[in-house]
Design a protein around this ligand. Structure first.
Ligand SMILES: NC(=O)c1ccc[n+]([C@@H]2O[C@H](COP(=O)([O-])OP(=O)(O)OC[C@H]3O[C@@H](n4cnc5c(N)ncnc54)[C@H](O)[C@@H]3O)[C@@H](O)[C@H]2O)c1
Length: 461
């Protein structure tokens, strides 16, 4: 079913955002901190009408297949529509839904704007958007305007202007706009979150986050993100994919709920690895020979928060090195470091672990494996305990399933989800802001407070 286009989605290899990296948005510029739209109200504690079942449409059925499986794992979710440009991907989704014993969904397969048929359907409560980056904001805005909740893949938006569009629309329509940051639902991340909430870290001072994932071959793979993601490497020099590492750290620190990002400084290494790979491999019969890339192989940014904490965040999808999101957090009483997971407790005796004779002496070592296992058991997040059985076959070690069940449960119960549009905006805004700092000799760049000051009075969920 193909309808005429009102949102005018462009093909995926046409990156939509229109910002000039050199131009830093000043905090006094209305583009940085626009007034709330008339009739709009905060969605930080939004509760919506409870639903018996959550009827879900899914757009984009490559990454969307894992989100579909996560959705089908929830007892109260019904997938009523699947949509993709490709027939084979729609077919795969259809078969998964049938195998689960759910009624056959409507399949929308057509051009870039065929998804708009979802907007007028009365059998859809929430739309999952798992298509390329340039489609996220137009699809999410139209979804919310049609009275449905939007759940969109990372990054939610590419530019700060787009981030404000999401915030304004969610506030105007009182619909949820949830970014599907699955890394917030990893077992390690949920363990650290639980330890933070129970005071194990004391006062939190510093965190480190990253997306380090060698994606060189994928960037040239046809029929995958390679069809469009490489385009961003021709345009922007900064952190192109900030949310996987940053989301969990922001939740540990209560960003948007008690603390807030204030400003960042950012620096990139030279771009060498992607063109070297292209030159050596001549992918796709050499058709990329003339492409010029500008994204530095490694980008490092430092964020200062309003409570004075620091966050280091890196992006490197080019260098040959093992996968890591760093996932490091330190406070006055403990330090955690991921990849592999390690924990140091300043006073392990508080947890029945005796490592040194005099507990007043500092410990310089990570906890021994058996003691760490004991802590992991003690602080395992209740959500993981409840869902680990359902999640064990889910994507990305189960975190996709935990995430989908959890977000859709919140929508079913009419509760505020774990992350709101303010988180989607704040975490995603680092893309444009890091490019601006890099282009200006690592100058400090302010980060908008998308809650418009409300963060001071909000408590972590
Ligand atoms: N959270 C994660 O772990 C994770 C992993 C992979 C990708 N992602 C994110 O998921 C999103 C999609 O990535 P991907 O790897 O699946 O990309 P992809 O290019 O491999 O697949 C995108 C799919 O969307 C379809 N599509 C494109 N435009 C469409 C339109 N206008 N209407 C309907 N369908 C359309 C394509 O046909 C394709 O099947 C991106 O935002 C990406 O960053 C997240």
């Amino acid at each position: 079913m193909i309808m005429s286009s009102s949102t005018g989605i462009q093909p995926a290899n046409t990156p939509a955002p229109d910002f000039t990296p050199l131009e830093i948005i000043s905090p006094t510029d209305p583009a940085f901190f626009p007034p709330r739209k008339s009739g709009a109200t905060s969605v930080a504690s939004l509760s919506t009408e409870p639903l018996e079942k959550v009827r879900v449409a899914i757009i984009g059925l490559r990454r969307g297949i894992s989100l579909l499986k996560g959705t089908l794992a929830g007892d109260h979710n019904l997938v009523t529509v699947v949509c993709d440009l490709r027939q084979d991907r729609c077919q795969e989704a259809l078969e998964l839904i049938k195998a689960k014993g759910q009624p056959e969904p409507v399949v929308i397969q057509g051009d870039e704007n065929a998804w708009e048929a979802i907007l007028t359907r009365d059998d859809v409560d929430a739309v999952v958007i798992a298509s390329p980056w340039n489609t996220h904001v137009p699809m999410a805005v139209a979804t919310m305007k049609a009275g449905k909740h939007a759940l969109l893949e990372v990054s939610a938006a590419v530019s700060v202007k787009e981030c404000w569009e999401l915030v304004d629309t969610s506030e105007q329509t009182q619909r949820h706009c949830i970014m599907l940051e699955n890394c917030c639902y990893g077992e390690s991340e949920m363990l650290v979150l639980n330890m933070v909430r129970q005071g194990v870290f004391g006062e939190i001072t510093h965190g480190e986050a990253a997306y380090i994932h060698d994606l060189r071959s994928m960037l040239f793979k046809l029929g995958s993100e390679g069809d469009w993601r490489r385009e961003y490497h021709k345009l922007y020099n900064g952190n192109l994919y900030p949310t996987h590492g940053l989301g969990p750290i922001a939740q540990y620190m209560g960003i948007n709920r008690g603390d807030q990002f204030k400003y960042l400084v950012s620096m990139s290494s030279p771009q060498i690895g992607l063109s070297k790979y292209r030159n050596e491999h001549q992918p796709n019969e050499g058709r990329h020979a003339d492409e010029r890339y500008v994204t530095g192989d490694m980008n490092t940014s430092l964020i200062q928060t309003t409570l004075g904490r620091s966050i280091m965040i890196q992006h490197d999808i080019i260098s040959p090195r093992p996968y890591s999101r760093l996932n490091m957090l330190s406070g006055t009483d403990a330090t955690f470091m991921g990849y592999p997971d390690r924990l140091l407790l300043d006073h392990p005796e508080k947890y029945g672990i005796m490592l040194v004779e005099n507990p007043d002496e500092e410990s310089h070592d990570w906890l021994p494996e058996k003691d760490f296992e004991k802590i992991k058991e003690e602080f395992k997040h209740p959500l993981i305990k409840r869902l680990e059985n359902k999640a064990k076959d889910g994507g990305h070690g189960g975190m996709d399933t935990v995430m989908m069940i959890r977000h859709l449960e919140c929508i079913k119960n009419g509760e505020t989800p774990d992350s709101t549009v303010y988180d989607a905006a704040a975490w995603s805004s680092i893309l444009q802001l890091s490019t601006q700092s890099v282009a200006n000799g690592s100058a400090p760049v302010f980060i908008p407070d998308f809650t418009r000051g409300e963060y001071k009075n909000l408590k972590p969920l």
